[in-house]
Design a protein around this ligand. Structure first.
Ligand SMILES: Cc1cc2nc3c(=O)[nH]c(=O)nc-3n(C[C@H](O)[C@H](O)[C@H](O)COP(=O)(O)OP(=O)(O)OC[C@H]3O[C@@H](n4cnc5c(N)ncnc54)[C@H](O)[C@@H]3O)c2cc1C
Length: 447
């Protein structure tokens, strides 16, 4: 089937002047773009997403370590756009984007044609061809991944409580690959879960024997941050009993062990992969120009070179920025690029030129443990630790959540509780059979 999304493509005299926009991916970038376009007369948007929901990746590690459930960090796209008739949400897997014909193809073979295409399909884990990593490690990029990690942690503890001898087989060794924010946050939260929460639940398990080993081939943690921030993260993890192995690569992952570059074999049942990411598969279709990380190279105005009505945004794009080859893969970059692309499309529809994207850099932050956040604020990277960094972290999350039409008071209430009572977990959060009972009441606003 081949369908024009709106009457824009091949428009002729006497036909409607509606402009059609197809957006691939309902993450931070796609949702921000669709929301901005939604209120514009004469523009009709189709938003395609394979899961049908937006996931809040910054809190995946909280799901993985049983602080939140997967339901707490996924937002239904039809609900977000329920009051925006100019946006049609469709749950669909896109298999190809063709900038020449201005079409996208869905996995059932259906083709949609539009006046503007926006590719915002995000990223996926990059295993860097490490043998066994794809098969045996647990990535942390989606809510389903986070559920799997949590399920494995709880299963391992239940097994060890029944059969303590499993400790000798490495059942309580947890290996985390990657010393960026994902690895550091997961290691800190896992340590607090294992040492402060699980002993009260699995009293027969020898929790004191648990080891958390964080491996990174680089020579500092949090390499995007300052040297001091990396040292602070290392100190905080050390305090929480995490062994940090820098300058060490992972050579192979097997079902029950991981082999490091120096030949050391660590027995384990859980390898969390936070070792890097690459563009979503759709970037490699339709002859789109790709560069670093397999991402789509775009021009400063976010369009694909040679295709002034095709945009690539967020994690799937290499967005140039001043002297830097590309902006980092961050929620704020994705969200702002989504809004900017929408403004450029509106300008183009009105016969005006698009403008180069200008990123407002709020800074970067990571939560090493409940009371050990670190933030580098603004383009000059003013460094904050502890309580002040936690407040900055909360502020950035609230801004990112602003697009999903959720009750932000509920998030603030959870964050307060999390900060003040970090080791409190309801029974439901630790029960694998009730793994999806939500903790945050997002009851969305009806405005
Ligand atoms: C563990 C983790 C922690 C993070 N923490 C932070 C943080 O603290 N702060 C921060 O700013 N950023 C953080 N990030 C980065 C941030 O989440 C990303 O930069 C952001 O999600 C990118 O937004 P996006 O819209 O480009 O892609 P995504 O949010 O990934 O959305 C892409 C969407 O496209 C859909 N899709 C993909 N392929 C297809 C297809 N073929 N067909 C249909 N739909 C498709 C996906 O289902 C998804 O819904 C974190 C990322 C991870 C993985």
């Amino acid at each position: 089937m081949n369908a024009d999304v709106a009457t824009g493509a091949g428009r002729g005299a006497g036909m409607s002047a509606e402009t059609s926009v197809v957006i691939v991916g309902g993450g931070f970038a796609g949702v921000a773009c669709a929301r901005r376009l939604a209120g514009t007369d004469g523009i009709r948007v189709v938003l395609l997403d394979r899961g049908g929901f937006q996931q809040f990746q910054p809190l995946l590690y909280q799901v993985a370590t049983a602080e939140l459930t997967s339901q707490d960090i996924r937002f239904d796209l039809t609900r977000i756009f329920r009051h925006r008739p100019g946006v049609e949400v469709r749950q669909a897997d896109v298999t190809g984007v063709d900038p020449q014909t201005m079409t996208v193809t869905l996995d059932g073979g259906e083709t949609l044609t539009a006046d503007y295409l926006v590719v915002a399909a995000g990223a996926q884990p990059n295993f860097f061809h490490t043998p066994g990593a794809r098969e045996h490690s647990f990535p942390l990029y989606s809510v389903e991944d986070a559920r799997q990690v949590r399920g494995r942690i709880l299963t391992v503890f239940a097994d060890v409580a029944r059969e303590p001898r499993l400790v000798d087989e490495g059942a309580l060794n947890f290996v985390i690959v990657g010393g960026g924010p994902t690895g550091v946050e997961t290691a800190g939260a896992l340590s607090e879960l294992i040492h402060d929460v699980l002993p009260g639940v699995y009293s027969q398990a020898p929790c004191g024997h648990a080891q958390i080993i964080l491996v990174d081939r680089g020579h500092a943690l949090l390499s995007a941050f300052s040297d001091q921030a990396g040292a602070y993260a290392a100190k905080q993890l050390h305090r929480r009993g995490v062994q940090v192995r820098l300058g060490t690569s992972v050579k192979q992952v097997d079902a029950d062990s991981v082999t490091l570059g120096d030949g050391e074999v660590i027995k384990t049942r859980l390898v969390v992969w936070g070792g890097g990411e690459q563009a979503a598969d759709v970037a490699t279709t339709g002859g789109l120009p790709t560069g670093r990380g397999g991402r789509i190279d775009v021009q400063p105005d976010l369009t694909v070179p040679g295709h002034p009505r095709v945009y690539a945004l967020g994690d799937i794009a290499n967005i140039p920025s001043g002297d830097e080859p590309a902006l980092p893969q961050l929620g704020s970059v994705a969200q702002q690029s989504g809004r900017w692309a929408a403004d450029n499309i509106i300008a183009q529809v009105g016969g005006k030129p698009p403008h180069p994207f200008h990123y407002r850099d709020k800074g970067i932050m990571a939560m090493i443990g409940t009371k050990a956040a670190i933030a580098e604020i603004g383009p000059h990277r003013h460094e904050l630790h502890g309580r002040f960094a936690f407040v900055a972290w909360l502020g950035v999350h609230l801004e990112l959540l602003g697009e999903v039409d959720a009750e932000l008071k509920a998030y603030i209430a959870w964050a307060q509780e999390f900060y003040l009572r970090p080791h409190h977990r309801s029974a439901a959060l630790l029960d694998p059979s009730r793994i999806d009972t939500p903790r945050i009441d997002w009851s969305t606003t009806d405005s």
